[in-house]
Every structure is written in C-alpha cells, then in structure tokens.
Design a protein around this ligand. Structure first.
Ligand SMILES: Cc1cc2nc3c(=O)[nH]c(=O)nc-3n(C[C@H](O)[C@H](O)[C@H](O)COP(=O)(O)O)c2cc1C
Length: 311
C-alpha cells in the first residue's frame, strides 16, 4: 500500500498532518526560506484581533530547561492591515491558510469570524479561546457556559471549518471540549500554553515583564499528551495536538492517544526547518511500521482503561 499522508478532520482536508502552531511562525513568511511550505498541511498564523495590539511590556520571552515562557500579549497588526497585506501572502503559499482569531470580548470574536467568513482563500478559522497572558483573557477557555455560548455565536456566523483551541489551565479539559462540541466546533486543538513564571533570585525580579507567561516546548509534552488523551475520550471531534511536539515520534505518540493532526510551535524557534524534517522522518517511520495512513494509528492506545483522574 502506498503511503498517503493526507488527513481528513471533519470538513477540513489537509495534505499532511503537520501545521504550524499560532504565534510560533508569524504568518509563515519567514519559514519559507527554510523549507517548502507544502510540508505543512496548513499554516496557522498568529492570533488576529479587530484592532492592532502592541502587546505586553518587555522582556516577553524567557528560556527555561526544555522549553520557553512567553508573554507576548497577542501583539498583532489588527484585522484591517492583515486582510490588506499579510493574508494575501499567506494565500499565495502552497498550503492551506488557517486564521487564528482572538477577541477582548464576545463581540470582538463574533465580529472577526463574520468578517473572515467572507474572505476568499481561508481554509478554516481557529478560535484562540484562551489567552493566559492577557487580563480577563481566560473565561471562554475556562467556563463551560461561556465557551459554548461563544463557539455557538461564532458557528452561526461562518460556514468555514471552526477549530476551538483549548487551554490546559482548567480543572477539566474534557468538560470544555464537550462545551465547544455542543457549541458547534468542527475540530478541537489542544493545547495552548501552561501558565508559569521564571524569577532571577539575585535581582528579585521576574524574568518576564508581565511576571507570568505561557510555558511551551518539550517540557509540556507529557502534559499535552494527557490533555489530548482526555479530550479524545470526551469528544468524537477531530483533534489537532499541540504541545512540545519536536520530532516525528512525538507526532506519532499524539496520534496513538487520539490526535488526527499535529501543530508544531516552539521547535520552530530552535529548528526553523522542523516542518520538512519532521515530515521526512514521519514518512520513513510510517513505512517502516507498515502503516499506510496516519489515520490508521489514531486512538490505538492499548492497555487498561484509566479509572482514576489523579495519578
Ligand atoms: C512565542 C509564542 C507566541 C504564541 N502566540 C500565540 C497566539 O498568538 N495565539 C495562540 O492561539 N497561541 C499562541 N501560542 C501558543 C502556541 O500556538 C502553542 O499552543 C503552544 O506554544 C504549545 O505548543 P509548543 O509547545 O509546540 O510551542 C504562542 C506560543 C509561543 C511560544
């Protein structure tokens, strides 16, 4: 059987199961010199808001063992400038364009989704429900009722595939996943960053201007795996896994616990050509394992059902 790397996530078909994670590769432009962007099934750009945002005070990133903290604060050029310039560049890539949207409030999300629905060349919209680095930015990701209400309102404004991006900073990601599904999301993406901090004890100062920030990278991979596993057991929706994915084995591990595709983020800061490398290795590993399509691996985790939530 020849290898077929394409994946179908409900209404969204991707030529490969790899995507860029929002905020980790700008809008794809800088990545082009490192690899043919067709290695990605889709490019997901940094979150776009209605108005331009300047973001948080510096410093905005801090390195940690096996990962990084960031508190960019959703700096972006805003809807108007994005559709007039950057979106055209994204549309010209040899891969699908996925726009990630974020709002200060309910109305801003709905406004953005309605506008993007009428733009040509967008394959899907991802709702950044969680923004741990922005004041008041968490309620849609942490409150079951608010999440369902927002996803339903966005659903009513678009026919584009709608991806709800979940936060791990919750008591039960399964409950939020179910709320997003009830609201009408087509796909779930999990996870966004974990809230963390880093301190220099000599200067007695936090290393981030915002004090706290979002933790990402290999350090969060086991945590992300557990979240994706929980989301898979709670919902039948297709899942894009995110969190510390740095090589082909990581992608395959997430598929075994139930993911249909994988977004790569922090690894791109270390290896900007990670997309091409991971895809190349993924092909080899699937062929060696006698697997003809990534979908064959989805949710194949063996062993007893987990009974307790706490380890
Ligand atoms: C510098 C940076 C900026 C980010 N900006 C966004 C963003 O604008 N919108 C969003 O939904 N997620 C954003 N994220 C979260 C990533 O998309 C991803 O969910 C997270 O980093 C975990 O994946 P990783 O460990 O592969 O980086 C950002 C992450 C980083 C490191």
């Amino acid at each position: 059987m020849p290898l077929n790397l394409s994946v179908k996530l409900g209404p969204l078909e991707l030529a490969t199961p790899l995507l860029t994670a929002s905020g980790c590769a700008g809008y794809g432009v800088e990545l082009e010199r490192y690899q043919d962007l067709s290695c990605f099934g889709g490019i997901i750009g940094k979150s776009i808001s209605r108005e331009p945002r300047l973001g948080n005070p510096y410093p905005r990133t801090a390195e940690t063992p096996a990962g990084m903290l960031n508190a960019i604060g959703l700096q972006n050029e805003g809807y108007e400038k994005f559709v007039q310039g950057t979106l055209n560049k994204m549309r010209a890539f040899n891969t699908k364009t996925i726009v990630n949207v974020v709002g200060h409030d309910f109305e801003e999300y709905v406004w953005l989704v309605e506008r993007f629905d009428s733009e040509a060349g967008i394959a899907a919209l991802e709702l950044n429900l969680s923004c741990p680095n922005v004041k008041g930015g968490m309620k849609f990701a942490t409150d079951v009722g608010e999440c369902e209400r927002l996803v339903a309102a966005c659903r009513a404004k678009t026919r584009l595939p709608l991806i709800a991006k979940l936060s791990p900073n919750v008591t039960s990601i399964a409950e939020i996943a179910k709320a997003a599904e009830r609201g009408g999301a087509d796909i779930l993406s999990a996870i966004n960053t974990y809230v963390g901090m880093s301190v220099d004890w000599r200067s007695k100062k936090a290393r981030l201007g915002n004090i706290t920030g979002g933790m990402s990278g290999p350090a969060i991979k086991p945590l992300a795996l557990r979240n994706v596993y929980d989301v898979r057991r709670a919902s039948k929706l297709p899942i894009m896994a995110i969190g510390g994915i740095s090589n082909a084995d990581d992608v395959l591990e997430f598929m075994v616990v139930g993911a249909n595709a994988a977004q790569i983020g922090t690894i791109l800061f270390v290896e900007p050509d990670a997309g091409a490398k991971i895809l190349h290795d993924l092909k080899g590993k699937l062929i060696d394992a006698g697997v003809s399509s990534p979908a064959e691996l989805m949710g194949t985790l063996q062993g007893p059902e987990r009974t307790n939530v706490v380890a």
